[in-house]
Design a binder for this molecule. Structure first.
Ligand code: IFM
Length: 736
């Protein structure tokens, strides 16, 4: 496979240990395992995050994804010298810790297989090449496969291989698991761990089989059941080992998860690594068949686009409609595995257009959590459904109220769980988009309509009548630097969109499925008076607009604050907020991320304009106003700017923003990739290409249309989308 499908590390880079652990994550939507080494490394940040398995550890503010027992460990000694990624150079030829003189790591994006090849000289002088391979099966999400190939390059070394499961794992410091059994099973052919989360009570079973050309014995060391084998490897010969592991939790089965894992490990080991790999790779080929974007003329962005798409795909639940995609995917502890609007507006759209079954699962996750949203609305004195800003398995609000301790020792109150309410509309928007692109009327009638209508009911009760207009107070828009503001133009305009959509939808439902319409009208109490109230809110909602400058106003009072052009702080890798501090930034016009620009991305020309100025001119004015004020303090921002800039015809600016977005994780240009991938940025990259540079949209006649504006150096752009059950391929080329 070409290097445009490979992420590589040449030579061990211990200074990038945590960054690379994140990049080299493998996964299958069921779980993600960071790219830590089989033999471990001091200070590593190993994690296997099983989607949906949350636990609230003692002393922590909120629940988090609980990192599972470690299935990776394989420890190798060569003539008694333990293989480890030795970092120091030695002036003797045969130092006691050995010498690592060859190291290469490759993530194969086409197949989701991670491979590491090392050349290691033991203290004895004998040299071996060891190749480690691993993948989390896409064919059967419970199956995890490892293969180790050891070749004697110099001498006849005595090799010892120990393959184990480790029940002693932490989420950095929190201990979520009570290990109930760590056992040798099946007369020594199998090892297993049974465990339960301490607070939430999920149970987990993990079982491994070891396929070895030499006899192996099973034993136990505390919470670590293990296989062990030792042999002499003749010069130039190779030995291949396979460790096949299976995982189940009580989310997957009503029976014992350990029994299910044991049965699966037995079957999978009997089938063997090669067959498991072939099936897994075939599933990846299916994924890429529709999800790949081909960019000719820009290798760096080609690779980055595949890399970001890979990371969305390995976090996306293909098997379960009770799961979503956490903001940091399943690749790190950041944001505690919580689910934000990042899913609906950033990672879900590429799934809607290329993997609609996954998109449906993601929306069903929200449908199944309507109870939590209804609870939040009523607890706050509103009607309908108000989704939590941060969500986990329960669907209740799980945003922490306080930040971690800041450098000056203080803690900051986090208001997003209270006031970042636009998430309810973001979810409704995603449902509508799914419907438009897939044409799945049945989904809309049975599930989607209830989400859109009940969240509309919330907004109907939330809008406040002041004089002759409706207002919405105490909000946080996408620009989270400005908290608890009144009349965010993003919020107010999207609420109008939401209520209009709800009324149109109900009209459609009455014709398409009168029974579902009647069911929802009764269940949600959609009386004529309520619908008239929605019409009134639509007609009289306050949309802040400056009639002299012909721009949308982010919120009244915004332009009265101090103006700081973000340019002034270039070059920088941190946000302007990090430079100025939280308290100062909130009193300035510095914007954290696309806000009015996001509104333009979502609504396009439908953003509308209350005066005679052409909407295109207002959009350009909006851009000219807000772009210089944005510090992109959020990774969500650059891709949205790229999308909008491309639509406005500013292709060079769009490309700069796109290039930034595409490399946020690869280059670690926000300095926090150790905490996990930026899922939203990854999904945003796909959207910037398809909706931005290609200009894909559904036109007035309901046909797919493109208006390509490619960066000059892109020779060709090709991609596939599913539209109403049909695959359509698009290619755009720049004239030579
Ligand atoms: O949802 C985002 C938010 O918009 C900006 N801060 C990070 C969150 C999670 O990615």
């Amino acid at each position: 496979m070409s290097r445009l499908w490979e992420i590589q590390e040449f030579g061990f880079q211990p200074d990038k240990l945590h960054h690379l652990e994140t990049l080299f994550t493998i996964g299958n939507g069921y779980l993600g395992t960071r790219g830590s080494f089989e033999e471990g490394f001091p200070g590593e940040s190993m994690a296997t995050l099983i989607n949906g398995v949350y636990d609230h550890a003692e002393g922590m503010l909120v629940p988090e994804l609980a990192s599972a027992p470690n299935w990776l460990p394989i420890q190798i000694t060569v003539d008694g010298t333990p293989l480890k990624m030795v970092t120091k150079t030695s002036d003797t030829m045969l130092p006691p810790e050995g010498i690592l003189f060859g190291y290469e790591r490759t993530l194969h994006l086409d197949t989701g297989i991670l491979e590491r090849s090392v050349l290691f000289r033991a203290a004895s002088g004998n040299v071996v090449r060891i190749i480690f391979q691993r993948f989390a099966s896409l064919h059967d999400v419970h199956v995890l496969c490892q293969r180790v190939t050891i070749t004697a390059i110099d001498g006849d070394p005595v090799i010892q291989v120990k393959a184990l499961l480790d029940g002693d794992t932490l989420n950095l410091t929190a201990n979520h698991w009570r290990v109930e059994s760590a056992e040798i099973l099946a007369a020594g052919d199998e090892i297993g761990i049974g465990a339960a989360t301490r607070e939430s009570g999920y149970t987990l079973g993990m079982a491994s089989r070891f396929v070895s050309p030499y006899p192996a014995t099973a034993s136990k060391d505390g919470l670590r059941p293990q296989f062990d084998t030792s042999f002499t490897l003749p010069f130039q010969e190779s030995a291949i080992f396979e460790k096949i592991t299976a995982i189940y939790t009580s989310r997957d089965t009503d029976e014992s998860p350990l029994a299910a894992a044991r049965e699966k490990a037995r079957q999978a080991a009997a089938e063997g690594y090669s067959l498991l790999e072939a099936r897994h790779s075939a599933e990846w080929a299916n994924y890429w068949d529709t999800s790949d974007i081909e960019i000719v003329g820009d290798d760096a962005c080609q690779l980055a686009t595949r890399f970001t798409t890979y990371h969305v795909l390995i976090a996306a639940p293909r098997h379960d409609e009770n799961l979503s995609i956490p903001a940091k995917t399943l690749s790190g502890f950041g944001y505690k595995g919580h689910i934000f609007w990042d899913t609906e507006l950033f990672t879900l759209p590429p799934m809607t257009l290329t993997q609609p079954d996954i998109a449906r699962n993601l929306l069903m996750y929200r449908y199944h959590r309507l109870a939590g949203a209804r609870h939040k609305a009523s607890a706050n004195g509103y009607e309908g459904a108000m989704y939590p800003w941060e969500s986990t398995d329960t669907g209740e609000e799980t945003t922490p109220q306080w930040s971690d301790v800041q450098p000056d020792g203080s803690k900051i109150r986090i208001w997003t769980g209270d006031h970042e309410q636009h998430i309810s509309t973001d979810i409704a928007y995603a449902v509508d988009q799914f419907w438009r692109w897939t044409g799945d009327d049945e989904f809309m009638a049975k599930y989607g309509a209830e989400i859109i209508l009940d969240t509309a009911k919330f907004w109907g009760s939330r809008a406040e009548l002041h004089g002759d207009r409706y207002e919405i107070s105490q909000q946080i828009g996408p620009d989270e630097y400005h908290e608890n503001i009144d009349n965010s133009v993003f919020v107010n305009r999207m609420v109008v969109w939401h209520l209009e959509m709800a009324l149109t939808l109900l009209g459609w439902l009455r014709i398409y499925s009168p029974t579902d319409a009647a069911r929802l009208v009764k269940f949600l109490d959609l009386t004529p008076a309520r619908l008239n109230h929605w019409r009134d809110v639509i007609a009289r909602m306050f949309i802040p607009f400056d009639h002299e400058k012909h721009i949308h106003v982010q919120f009244p009072g915004f332009f009265e604050m101090e103006y700081i052009p973000t340019e002034k702080y270039q070059p920088r890798i941190t946000s302007v907020q990090a430079i100025l501090g939280h308290h100062r930034t909130i009193q300035t016009q510095v914007i954290k991320q696309a806000d009015v620009v996001m509104l333009m991305a979502l609504l396009g020309r439908k953003i509308g304009t209350p005066d005679e100025t052409a909407v295109e001119q207002v959009m350009q004015n909006n851009w000219d106003t807000y772009f210089p004020r944005c510090d992109h303090g959020s990774s969500l921002s650059p891709a949205m700017h790229a999308w909008v800039a491309a639509r406005l015809g500013m292709v060079e600016t769009a490309y700069e923003q796109f290039d930034h977005a595409a490399h946020i994780d690869l280059m670690d240009n926000k300095g926090n990739v150790r905490d996990g991938m930026h899922a939203a940025a990854c999904g945003g990259v796909w959207q910037a290409v398809v909706f931005g540079f290609a200009g894909l949209h559904i036109d007035e006649r309901g046909e797919l249309a493109v208006t390509p504006r490619l960066p000059k150096h892109w020779r060709r752009l090709s991609f596939t989308v599913n539209y109403r059950g049909e695959k359509r391929r698009f290619t755009a080329e720049n004239p030579r």
